[in-house]
Design a protein around this ligand. Structure first.
Ligand SMILES: *Cc1c(COP(=O)(O)O)cnc(C)c1O
Length: 353
């Protein structure tokens, strides 16, 4: 009854979603610790529920215009999706078919492989260096039809400088997808958006989930050459972004001041937490995202995970090569980070962790 690829499929595993009461600290899914822009609250407070009887704008046109204008692009170079995950699925549907291969670094965002597996597209994982630096030549050498790079990279937080992405594009004519889910925490100057006018084989992915603190509304988008967007637009579901999500995203997107202020708070807390974790004895990998990957030396990562979980603090532990001895910790509020550190100090006692 099922397609062959479905029987052996291992689905994408999201971070655990605990019931959120007041004492739980959830820093396992790279969510933003701050609420979305107050403009969203204002919008929802005055929202006329009767509008919901209409279908939403089919192409998310007003939102695409806003996004395009911010990036100096036309709305025809923007496509919105039900989260950037939907846009990733759409990219596979439009640009790859059974038997094709895409290349991506290891480790990275696991959802690329989850989607590729469904349609029997192969995934060539190219190991990152000891310090998780991405091997661009290795990716090109796979001969894959497309290259997916999360930048900053998922799980590691490491940023690939824009200049290196440009070198890749000069060397490779297949499709290059740069997934910038975390780029606001790294700074716009590192964004591959600057290369969109020059390279027509480039897709830049963005999301409202992380920096805009809107995981719950599921809005992501991509920026690319008009011809690529046109092809994707033909294949997307009609009304793929619902009305509430479109207007909430637009309200949050317009509030640049709030975005900058909350991003700065997260970045400051991240840098403070990195120092404190190092003081405790962790190796902390340099991160330009809203999370830190860190490795204990005296204790096992999974024991620390279990200990924190018992204190209602949820961090992320991946049971996979090169990550199973590490923890990924999303940046919480200053207060949440203080509580996390207090528990870690208690757990460590007088030994380095
Ligand atoms: C969180 C994340 C996404 C998913 O974003 P949504 O818009 O919530 O679907 C995509 N890529 C990476 C690298 C992520 O970390």
């Amino acid at each position: 009854m099922y397609r062959k690829s479905i029987e052996t499929l291992s689905p994408y595993i999201p971070g655990f979603q605990p019931a959120m009461d007041g004492t739980v600290i959830k820093i396992n899914s790279n969510e933003n610790p701050y609420p979305p822009s107050p403009k969203v609250k204002e919008l929802l407070g005055g929202f006329d529920f009767r509008q919901l009887r209409y279908y939403p704008d089919a192409t998310s046109q007003p939102l695409r215009e806003l996004i395009g204008a911010q990036h100096g692009l036309s709305s025809k170079q923007v496509l919105c999706g039900n989260g950037s995950d939907e846009v990733i699925s759409l990219i596979f549907k439009v640009f790859f078919e059974e038997g094709d291969t895409i290349a991506t670094p290891y480790p990275t965002y696991t959802f690329y492989k989850s989607v590729a597996d469904i349609i029997n597209v192969g995934v060539a994982f190219v190991d990152t260096a000891e310090d998780f630096a991405i091997d661009l030549q290795g990716l090109v050498n796979t001969g894959a039809k497309g290259i997916f790079i999360a930048n900053p990279n998922a799980q590691t937080g490491r940023l690939l400088p824009l200049q290196r992405i440009e070198e890749l594009l000069n060397n490779y004519s297949g499709l290059v997808v740069i997934d910038e889910a975390y780029i606001d925490f790294a700074g716009q100057e590192s964004s591959a958006c600057h290369l969109l006018g020059t390279y027509s084989n480039l897709i830049v992915l963005r999301t409202f989930s992380k920096s805009y603190s809107l995981c719950g509304i599921r809005v992501g988008f991509c920026l690319a050459d008009e011809s690529l967007i046109q092809a994707m637009d033909k294949c997307r579901d009609s009304y793929n972004v619902n009305h509430l999500s479109q207007v909430i995203a637009a309200a949050a997107f317009r509030d640049r001041e709030y975005l900058e202020a909350t991003v700065k708070r997260v970045v400051d807390t991240r840098d403070m937490l990195a120092d404190e974790l190092r003081n405790l004895g962790f190796t902390v990998y340099p991160s330009e995202a809203n999370f830190l990957l860190c490795q204990p030396h005296g204790r096992s990562a999974s024991d620390i995970y279990d200990y924190l979980k018992a204190q209602q603090i949820y961090v992320r532990h991946f049971d996979s090569p090169r990550l199973s001895d590490k923890l990924r910790i999303a940046i919480g509020t200053e207060q949440e980070v203080e509580i996390l550190l207090r528990h870690l100090r208690e757990y460590a006692g007088s030994d380095p962790i």
